[in-house]
Design a protein around this ligand. Structure first.
Ligand SMILES: Cc1ncc(COP(=O)(O)O)c(C=O)c1O
Length: 409
């Protein structure tokens, strides 16, 4: 006898039910008025292409067009990426202290896909992983949907968002699978010193914990700062570094990312196999962009990267100056990436209860949209994306100033 129900009842799966994005609930409160008098200025979206002032280099477009027109880039690539594309990534990131070959590279659907592979390969249901707070929300979402417990280690704004290592260590137990480090950081705009990265690595080594290094903002660092790929600073700790084209090459929609496996001592043998197996479930990124990858990584002129940094540095200056003139707000000066975190001193305002309330009222009254810190697990801060043109940023800060003056005690 069938034990099938007598009527229709089709529930979503356990994974689907856990796959919700908690940020939506916060962002949905930020209502944009389509009839607002002032034009919307969005400082919310980490997509540098939206204002038209950050554009991909012509050479990248030309390479994509060349391969598109060759009729040779339309087939299924191998699941983990073509040999040429993987070799290009290996060559780009190869370092005497962190040697790479094409075997160590797995291509993925953006850096998000690379994170998915890395987290899935390292963490099992019931284990926990250590992730930064404030941090990019995808880490939390991916972990929770796979029944992995996210444990948040604190970053310290007074120390340019360095990790609180004592706190980090206190979270480690026998079920900890890995530590995730994001450098340069979204949402903080921080760039860690060599010493701080070595200190994190020493902890990882002490507890025999592998690291996922999210280095999607690699090289997007401002004068006076240096980006150190984490894998170049250790011979002991195995590292999965994840990256992609999205930010440095200004093409988030092209959806090319990668995992590079840094395993000097054969510790990741099974994990490496595991990533390859996971990558075979669904093929990697678009074949045309894979064909263009060697050109993109090796032939994009340095002047393009210099221009991107110069624009970001100018926008940082405008942003730091703009916020410094607003009583009740404190900016933590960014060292790289595309973001700035701003603290809201709630006690200085007569009718602002927290960061969500602040951003909600700001968009309602001034049509300036920012994401509240709670989206990154960090209340009473909000995040500014610093990629809009400088004049838009200036206008946004002038509106913020008026808003704060109205609500200040
Ligand atoms: C820290 C961080 N990691 C990963 C990603 C995902 O990058 P992609 O667009 O290549 O999936 C982002 C995107 O904003 C990010 O900020």
């Amino acid at each position: 006898m069938s034990s099938r129900p007598s009527t229709w009842n089709v529930p979503a799966s356990k994974v689907a039910k856990r796959a919700h994005n908690p940020i939506r609930q916060i962002v949905d409160k930020l209502k944009i008025d389509p009839n607002a008098q002032k034009q919307l200025i969005s400082l919310a979206l980490g997509d540098p292409t939206v204002f038209g002032n950050f554009n991909v280099d012509d050479s990248c477009n030309e390479s994509v067009i060349k391969h598109l027109q060759s009729f040779k880039a339309n087939g299924y690539p191998p699941a983990h990426g073509t040999e040429q594309a993987r070799a290009a990534v290996a060559e780009k990131f190869n370092h005497p202290d962190a040697p790479l070959t094409s075997r160590d590279v797995i291509l993925a659907n953006g850096c998000s896909g690379a994170l998915d592979l890395a987290i899935n390969a390292l963490c099992s249901e019931g284990q926990n992983m250590l992730i930064p707070r404030p941090g990019f929300s995808l880490y939390d979402n991916l972990a929770v949907s796979r029944f992995i417990e996210p444990r948040f280690y604190n970053l310290v704004p007074e120390r340019s968002w360095e990790a609180d290592l004592d706190h980090l260590e206190s979270l480690i137990d026998e079920n900890t699978a890995c530590i995730l480090v994001n450098n340069p950081s979204n949402p903080c705009g921080s760039v860690y010193s060599e010493q701080h990265l070595r200190d994190i690595l020493a902890l990882a080594n002490k507890h025999h914990l592998p690291i996922i290094a999210d280095e999607i903002y690699c090289d997007l660092v401002f004068a006076g700062n240096t980006f150190y790929p984490m894998a170049t600073l250790t011979k002991e700790v195995p590292i999965l570094s994840v990256g992609g084209l999205a930010k440095k090459y200004l093409v988030p929609g092209w959806r090319v990312g990668w995992v590079t496996v840094h395993d000097r001592n054969g510790i990741f043998r099974e994990v490496h196999e595991g990533i390859l197996s996971l990558s075979q479930l669904i093929l990697g990124p678009c074949s045309v962009i894979q064909c263009a990858l060697p050109d993109i990584l090796h032939n994009t002129p340095q002047a393009f990267h210099d221009k991107t940094i110069a624009q970001l540095e100018l926008n940082t200056k405008v942003s730091v100056e703009g916020i410094s003139k607003i009583p009740g707000l404190t900016a933590v000066i960014p060292q790289g990436a595309m973001y700035m975190m701003v603290g809201v001193n709630v006690s200085e305002f007569k009718d602002i209860s927290d960061d969500v309330d602040f951003t909600q009222k700001l968009v309602a009254e001034e049509n300036v949209l920012c994401l509240p810190g709670q989206c990154f697990g960090y209340p009473n801060f909000f995040r500014i994306v610093i990629t809009p043109p400088a004049d838009r940023l200036e206008e946004a800060y002038s509106r913020m100033k008026e808003f704060c003056a109205r609500h200040h005690i």
